[in-house]
Structure formats: C-alpha cells, structure tokens
Design a protein. Structure first.
Lengths: 112, 491
C-alpha cells in the first residue's frame, strides 16, 4: 500500500497544501526533511503504489502555475477518516506518526 | 561566489527521498529566490535500488549567472559511463523532467525522459536575469526530443555525456555546444538551430537531421555515417565511416582495441575552461591524451575503465572483466557481476540492494578485491569466494552468502536482518560476530573464527534475537558468557 508525501507549508511557487509530491511503499523510510513543517506523510490503506503514483501528475498551465493536478483536502480527509485534531496534532518529525487516511477527499484541479 | 545550500536525495537517510520533494521544498530556500538569498541550490543525488519515478517540474526559482540550480551526483555516486550506475530519474509516465529554470547545471546522473519533449528547457523560462544557461556534464540522457523548443535564447552545453536516445531535437533559439560526448543515435536540429560539436562520437548510421537553416560546426568528430555532408563548417579532424568498439554493452568506455575514436581527439581544454570545467573525462580523469567521445582519456596507457567507481541500480557487468578497474566499488540495486572477475580492482567495495555477484571469484592471486566491504539489502554472493577480502564486512537486510566461503576475510562482521549464511564457513574470520534479527545460520560452522586463544574479545558478542538456529557447533576455549537466554529458544 502507498504512503503519500503531501505538501504542507504555506502555499508558494504554485504549490498548495495537500499536493501529492511523492509516493513510496507503506513503511518506507522518508527523508529527514520530509516532515512537518514542510510535508505531511499519510498512508492510504488499499491504494497500491502504482495507482498512487498517478496522483503526482504535474500541471504546466503557466510559468509558475499550479504544480500538481491532484491534492488531498487534508482537513476534510481527517474528518472523513475519523481522525480528531488531537491525534493530528501529535504528528511530529521525531515520531514519524503516519496517519491512516481511510476516506481521502481528493481534489482534481484540472476540473476546478 | 554564492554559498551552496546542499540537500541530499537518498532512498533513506537523506534530506529527501526524491528530487521532486527537494524541488517542492525549493531546495530548502523559502520562496526559491537564489539571488536575494545569495545561494546555489544543490540537490546531491545518490544511487538507488530503483529509479526516482516522480516527475520533477523544476520551476519557481529566481536565478542568474552566479546563482543557479544544481543537480549533481554525490562524490563516488556518479554515472561514469556505465549504464544503470548512480542516480536515475525515470518517471513512469514518460515525464521525468520539466525544466522552467533558466540557470541549471546537472552533473553525473541519468535522466530518462522517454518521448517527452522540452525536458531541459521550457518555452518560457521562469524568473531570471542574464542569458539562460543550461549545463549538463557527465550524464546519460535518454529520450526522444529531450532538448526542446524555446521562445528565449538559451545556451545549452553538454559535456562528457552519453546521449542515448532516438532523437534529440533542439530549437531555433537554443545554441547547443557539445564537448566530448558519445551520441548513440541521430541528432535532429530544428530550423535555424546552431550546433557546435567538438570531440564527439556519433554512432548512428544517419548522424544528423537538419531542418532549414540549421548549422553544424564540428571539430575532431567521429561519425559512423560515411559522410560529412551534414557538417556545415568542418574545423578539422572530423572522421567519417568509423566503427567504434566500446568496453561492453551499456559501457561507453572505449575499448583498448577501438580504432574509431581512441587517440583522435583534439585538445579542447580551453573550451572546458570557458565552462568553468577542468579538462577531465566522464571518469573524472584528467585528459592528457585526447580521444573522441565521453571517455576522452581512453588513450592513456592501460585505457579503459580506470575509475569505474560504481555499478549501481540495475547495472550489470556480465561475462567480462574490468581488468584494470581501480575502484569498482559499488554494484547496487539489481546490479550483477557474473561469470567474470574484477582481477585487479582494489576496492570492489559494495554490492547493494539486490545486487548479485555470482559464479566468479575475486581472486587475490590476480590482485583482486581487497576491500570488498558490503553486501547489503538483498545482495547475494553465491558460488564464489572472496578469498582475501579484507573487509567483507556487512551483509545486511536480506543478503545471502551461500555455497562459498570468506576464507581469510578479517572482518566478516555481520549478517543483518534477514540475512543468511549457509553451507559455508568463515574459517578464519576474526570478527564473525553477529547474526542479527531474523537471520539464520545453518549447516555451517564458524570454525576458527578469529578467536585464537587469549583473544576472546574479538568474538565478544553473538547477538541474536528472534531467530532459529539449527545444527550449530560452538567450539570454545577458555571462558565465555551467555546472557539473556530464553528457555526453549535454543534447540
């Protein structure tokens, strides 16, 4: 199953919070800088890595346009997956707590 | 000179696991303005077990002539002219790199863009001052029409690089300079596009396709095509109808028997200097005898691969020998060395992550691997022996040593998680100390493992957890201690 690296810092250079930056198999070791305050790692049970890779598709709609076609609405996904804000607040770089998003809320920016 | 801000791209243990994540973090520079922050953003890439498969959309950096984006192989992790070695960017959707950055330098990696166009420069570059300047050195570029069109004038320099593709199309606003490259396929120039090529091999039956107004200025080039008709301005030394002999499949070093390019290069060190480069070839060797192509120092005594440091990530050396390789250090990620011997290599150091060395021996009698250090993460050494390796140190995470023996290795130290040592013996290993979590040692004996009488500290610990050990004989002279034995765990 897939773990997703989501953009999780102030929007800049065309990136938006929740953009899918990279995908690795469940349980992979992420980089030391791939954590809050820049990124958030989430696990999507049931989503194979090969399928998840499609969500990293870039967009090229202007010089500094939207960078990713797909993003996850993090707050809506947390709520839909039954993750309360207290648990979400426990995600630190030191812990590498990876939240299970069982009900991801996707945004396809190509259709927005 | 601006300060380099270096961030590592590694499968584990680095800042980022992908070039894409590094880019999303703007190389660690908030806002991506390299000029106001007075920095050069450097992504330092390491070899991998599998290619970096996420498309890199390089954009949003503010650059100028002294503040650029640099993607480079870490020292010792370079491509070095052997396919499959080092860091590889290969996106599954044939969109590996989309560059909007006006000042970009790429050193020592492989980029496979498939059929994607406009990979290395965009039609509309991002924020910059000065002339856009792209430099690619010591790389392998794979893909069709990778150098794309542009509405802005670009200087595009490719040095010591293997252009391994069907076509590379350039555009009318892109001035391309190639120095010491090895082209495996036809090169297509769009309308009015100028190409200057020096000391380059073109190994295609039809070397160039030129659209209207395109020009080629050439110096000391060697073409397989039996015609120089495409060359607009011949500065001299160009050779047609040549046959090139390379060291092997996927190995673009010139064979010692090559008669097409070896020793026929011109001294173009001033062209290298103009790009702030020293006159070295794809192996990093200083060029004293100029050959044509990426392996420019092939004309030196001994020739061939003298510093083929790494065979990583899918690379293969099969059925042959790297006779004079000095540092055939790393064979990673699916790499294989079979049926041959690294006869004089001094540091056949690493077989990592799925790599395999089988059916061959690193025979000391011919001066072989003296520092075969690591077999890691799925690697296998079977059917052979590293007779005198000094530091056959670690076999980790799925590694296996079977049917062979590390006869005189001094530090066959550990077989880590999931590893297996079977059917063999580490007869004189001094520190065959640990078989770790999940590993198995069966059917074999650590006969004289290092522990000559009175030297027990050399085998001070055998740390085992969660494993099944069977048919084991422990011969002990003197005192020993057993700690943390769980009843029933030893049969």
């Amino acid at each position: 199953m897939a773990e997703l690296l989501l953009y999780y810092r102030d929007p800049e250079r065309g990136y938006e919070i929740g953009d899918v930056i990279h995908v690795l198999p469940d349980g992979s070791a992420w980089g030391n800088s791939e954590c809050v305050d820049d990124f958030l790692v989430v696990r999507l049970p049931g989503l194979p890595v090969e399928e998840a890779q499609a969500y990293t598709e870039p967009m090229e709609d202007d010089v500094v346009g939207r960078r990713r076609r797909y993003k996850i609405d993090i707050n809506a996904s947390m709520a839909a997956s039954g993750i309360d804000t207290d648990t979400f607040g426990l995600v630190y770089c030191e812990d590498w707590l990876v939240l299970d998003i069982t009900a991801p809320v996707w945004v396809d920016k190509a259709s927005v | 000179v601006a300060t380099e801000l270096v961030r590592t791209i590694k499968e584990s243990g680095g800042h980022y696991t992908s070039l894409s994540a590094w880019e999303a973090a703007a190389g660690g520079i908030s806002g991506g303005n390299l000029v106001t922050n007075d920095v050069i953003a450097v992504a330092e890439c390491y070899g991998r077990t599998s290619a970096d498969a996420t498309t890199v959309l390089l954009n949003g950096f503010t650059t100028d002539a002294t503040h650029w984006v640099e993607i480079r192989a870490a020292s010792g992790e370079e491509y070095r002219g052997v396919d499959g070695v080092g860091y590889i960017l290969r996106a599954s959707a044939s969109r590996a790199l989309l560059n909007y950055c006006a000042h970009l330098r790429i050193y020592g990696i492989t980029i496979d863009v498939g059929t994607q166009t406009n990979s290395y420069q965009s039609t509309t570059p991002g924020t910059f001052t000065g002339t856009p300047d792209i430099r690619i050195v010591g790389c392998r570029l794979i893909g069709n029409a990778a150098i794309g069109t542009s509405s802005t004038a670009y200087q595009f320099s490719v040095v010591n690089t293997v252009l391994d593709a069907v076509d590379h199309a350039a555009s009318s606003n892109v001035t391309v300079l190639m120095l010491g490259c090895t082209q495996t396929a036809r090169y297509t120039l769009r309308e009015n596009n100028p190409l200057t090529t020096k000391n380059c091999i073109n190994n295609a039956a039809d070397a160039y396709t030129k659209n209207t107004g395109a020009t080629i200025t050439a110096l000391n080039c060697a073409l397989k095509e039996n015609s120089l008709a495409d060359i607009s301005t011949n500065l001299g030394g160009c050779r047609q109808g040549q046959t090139f002999t390379f060291s092997g499949t996927g190995d673009w070093h010139l064979s010692e028997s090559d008669a097409g390019a070896r020793g026929y290069g011109a001294d173009i060190s001033s062209d290298y200097s103009a790009l702030w480069l020293s006159a070295t070839d794809i192996d990093g060797q200083t060029i004293t005898t100029w050959s044509i192509g990426a392996d420019a120092q092939a004309g030196a005594a001994g020739g061939g691969i003298q510093d083929a440091s790494h065979v990583a990530s899918g690379g293969a050396i099969a059925g042959g020998s790297a006779a004079s390789a000095r540092e055939q250090a790393v064979q990673g990620s699916g790499g294989a060395s079979t049926g041959g011997a690294a006869q004089t290599s001094k540091e056949a150091g690493h077989v990592a992550s799925g790599g395999a060395v089988s059916g061959g021996a690193a025979d000391t009698s011919t001066g072989a691997a003296q520092d075969a250090q690591h077999v890691a993460s799925g690697g296998a050494v079977s059917g052979g022996s590293a007779d005198s390796s000094r530091e056959h140190a670690a076999q980790a995470s799925g590694g296996a040593v079977s049917g062979g023996s590390a006869v005189t290795s001094k530090e066959s130290a550990s077989v880590g998680q999931g590893g297996a040592v079977s059917g063999g013996q580490a007869s004189q290993a001094r520190e065959a100390t640990a078989t770790g979590s999940g590993g198995a040692v069966s059917g074999g004996a650590a006969v004289a493992s290092a522990s000559t009488a009175g030297d027990s500290e050399d085998v001070a610990e055998v740390t085992v957890s969660g494993v099944f050990i069977s048919d084991i004989t422990i011969e002990v002279a003197g005192m020993f201690w057993v700690e943390h034995v769980v009843p029933g765990s030893i049969h």
